[in-house]
Structures are given as structure tokens and as C-alpha cells.
Design a protein around this ligand. Structure first.
Ligand SMILES: NC(=O)c1ccc[n+]([C@@H]2O[C@H](COP(=O)([O-])OP(=O)(O)OC[C@H]3O[C@@H](n4cnc5c(N)ncnc54)[C@H](OP(=O)(O)O)[C@@H]3O)[C@@H](O)[C@H]2O)c1
Length: 327
């Protein structure tokens, strides 16, 4: 096994800002968790409450993106008020542009483009908003179709950032995540692998990328998991009849450990020692506390085997996700 090219902090849970930087998002019941007004000042204050809560619970990694509305700016304000030795490690992303104009019911919330022009523009915007360079900069939702993994200009620019000390990564989405990651593993610039980290969707309903993630880890990539509770489908909030049977098993395991569905779902990922970080998408401090319980849960091999049986066909998972409303 190659040494990891990027060492992420302990513990292996970090705070994701997708639901905290903009008034609208797709997670089940998102609207109900945000502050009443959802104006910029209220959202900034709530985001800072969540960042303080994460720090107080010992979490030392935060995930942002250019397209999460004002997430980077909210994080930048929070970081500016803290001494350097009391700041978490920050990862951010480029490639999507936020277009919702602070509306929840916007026609189009974000537009994806993985061009050199977008990379150069967003790198400047990210550093300005954060007030510093992120430790990790990732292509947002790279796919084989977006062509970014064959765009020599963009890959060359990313290699320049790498040589300036910024870790380079990619995030993947969709049923073809494993093929995208396989392609990314082959990308080398100046004889060195370009990508130090991968962030992928992986959870009890959509675990299809697990074996390719293990290969990536063995090759020295840091492994970051997103959507660990399937945008709320693996939480108490989910009342979808189609999910009842699957959730009954999760509930039995949760009961045995005195925890909640979300904590069991995250613990099943943390049970893989080569997983370096699982992102919490919590919208409230109560949810964050429930998610962090995963750090204390030790699932038995039998429980992991049972939980691994909950997968649904990838195509079905991503179709269901695609139909989740922005709220
Ligand atoms: N393409 C990408 O690169 C990409 C895509 C997606 C996510 N991400 C990253 O991954 C992070 C996490 O992903 P995510 O937020 O999309 O999905 P997620 O973690 O699967 O879902 C989080 C949602 O589940 C609900 N939830 C969590 N814990 C709960 C609890 N204890 N009880 C009830 N509901 C609970 C909350 O919904 P509410 O909304 O109701 O609070 C929360 O927003 C994001 O913040 C982002 O940093 C990256």
C-alpha cells in the first residue's frame, strides 16, 4: 500500500457546508432545519453556530464549494475571527457556479463547467472568500462526460497548484462514479499522480464504489465520503414507504447500539479503516450530535455484512436522488 499523499485530520468526521451556505438544498426537510428567515445574515449566523459546534465536538475538517451559495464567505468570516492554530483543515471545490440568486425556488440552482476559464476564475474567488488557500481543491462532480480528465490545459493548471502546495482532488457523482475514479487514478503529470484525494457518494443504499475506493486508497489517495446518509433517506426523517423494509434492519442495529439510523449508516463507512473522512451534512446541532455518535459505534462483522445487503441498484439510487426537491 502506498503512503497517503494527503493526511487528513482526526477524527474521521468532517462538516460539509452544502446545506448551510444557501437557502435552498435537496436534503429531505432541509427547509425546516434552516433559520426562519433564511436571509444572508441569519444563514451566516447559523453556519457559524454549526462551525463552532463542529469545532467543540473535536471535528477538524470542513468541506465547502464555490457553488454552495455563500458557504466559502461564511467560512472565511469565521476563520478570520480565529487564531491560525484553532482553524480546521479546509477543502473546497470548483466547477459549479451558483445561479440561484439566493432563491429556494430558482429555476436553475447551479451550472457545471470544467473549463480552464472557470478554474482560474473560481480559484481567485475561493481564496478571496476564504481569506486563504484551501488545503485541498477538488474538481466538483467530475464525470467522464464532462471531459475534464482529458483536458490537458486544466490538468496542467491543477499540477501548477499542486506544485504550489495545494492538494488536488476530485469529487464524483452518478452511477458511473467507479469508472470516473478509475480514469482519475491513471492521470499523471510530470511522472506523479495528479490527484491526492477523492470525494465520492457512498452509503448503505449506494455502496457500488467501495471496491474502487479501496484501490484508490491503496494507491495513496485520501478517501472522503459524501452523502453518507443519502440526503436524509438514512435518517429518522425518512418516511418513504419504499424504504421501510431496508430501514427496519438499520433500526434494529441502531437499537442494539443505542444510536440513530444516521449514526449506524456513518459507522458502517468508518468501519473501513482506509476511509479517511466521512462528511456530516447536518443542518442542526442536534443532527451533528447524532451523526458524531458514529465515532463511538463498533459494528460487528455480522452487522456489517447484514448492512452491506441493503444496497439498491445504482441507477435506482441516482434516479431517486435526482427527484429530490430543492427545499
Ligand atoms: N458533488 C459533491 O461534491 C457533493 C455532493 C453532495 C454533498 N457533498 C458534500 O457532502 C456533505 C454531506 O452531504 P449531503 O448533505 O449532501 O448529504 P447527507 O449527508 O447524506 O445528508 C445530510 C442531510 O440528512 C439530514 N440529516 C442528517 N442527520 C440527521 C439526523 N440525525 N436526523 C435527521 N436528519 C438528518 C439533514 O437533512 P436536512 O437538510 O433536513 O438538515 C442533512 O442535511 C455536503 O455538505 C457537502 O459538503 C459534496
Amino acid at each position: 500500500m502506498s503512503e497517503k499523499r494527503l493526511t487528513l485530520p482526526q477524527p474521521r468526521i468532517g462538516l460539509g457546508l452544502a446545506a448551510l451556505g444557501r437557502p435552498g438544498y435537496i436534503n429531505l426537510g432541509h427547509g425546516a432545519d434552516m433559520p426562519g428567515e433564511r436571509d444572508v445574515d441569519s444563514m451566516r449566523a447559523h453556519c457559524h453556530v454549526m462551525l463552532d459546534a463542529a469545532w467543540q465536538r473535536g471535528l477538524r475538517y470542513v468541506d465547502a464549494a464555490r457553488s454552495y451559495g455563500r458557504a466559502e464567505a461564511f467560512l472565511g468570516d469565521w476563520l478570520a475571527a480565529r487564531p491560525a492554530d484553532r482553524r480546521p483543515t479546509v477543502g473546497s471545490k470548483w466547477g459549479y457556479t451558483y445561479t440561484a440568486g439566493w432563491k429556494v425556488d430558482a429555476e436553475v440552482h447551479e451550472i457545471k463547467s470544467h473549463t480552464l476559464e472557470v478554474l482560474d476564475r473560481q480559484w481567485q474567488e475561493t481564496r478571496e472568500a476564504l481569506g486563504m488557500s484551501p488545503a485541498l481543491y477538488q474538481i466538483h462532480s467530475a464525470t467522464l462526460d464532462s471531459g475534464v480528465l482529458d483536458n490537458t490545459e486544466v490538468l496542467g493548471r491543477l499540477a501548477q497548484l499542486r506544485d504550489q502546495g495545494v492538494a488536488i482532488g476530485l469529487t464524483t457523482s452518478g452511477p458511473a462514479q467507479a469508472r470516473t475514479l478509475e480514469r482519475a487514478l491513471a492521470v499523471e503529470i510530470d511522472g506523479r499522480p495528479l490527484f491526492d484525494a477523492v470525494q465520492t457518494t457512498c452509503n448503505l443504499l449506494e455502496p457500488s464504489i467501495l471496491s474502487m475506493l479501496h484501490v484508490a486508497s491503496e494507491s495513496g489517495m485520501a478517501v472522503i465520503i459524501k452523502e453518507a446518509v443519502a440526503n436524509g433517506r438514512l435518517t429518522a426523517r425518512n418516511q418513504r414507504p419504499e424504504d421501510t423494509a431496508r430501514l427496519e434492519l438499520v433500526d434494529r442495529v441502531a437499537e442494539r447500539h443505542g444510536a440513530t439510523r444516521d449514526a449506524v449508516a456513518m459507522a458502517a463507512l468508518l468501519a473501513r479503516p482506509w476511509v479517511d473522512m466521512v462528511l456530516s451534512g447536518a443542518g442542526t446541532v442536534e443532527q451533528l450530535d447524532a451523526n458524531c455518535r458514529a465515532l463511538d459505534i463498533r459494528l460487528s462483522a455480522a452487522e456489517i455484512e447484514q448492512l452491506d445487503g441493503l444496497a439498491e441498484p445504482s441507477e435506482v439510487y441516482w434516479q431517486t436522488r435526482g427527484n429530490l426537491d430543492w427545499n
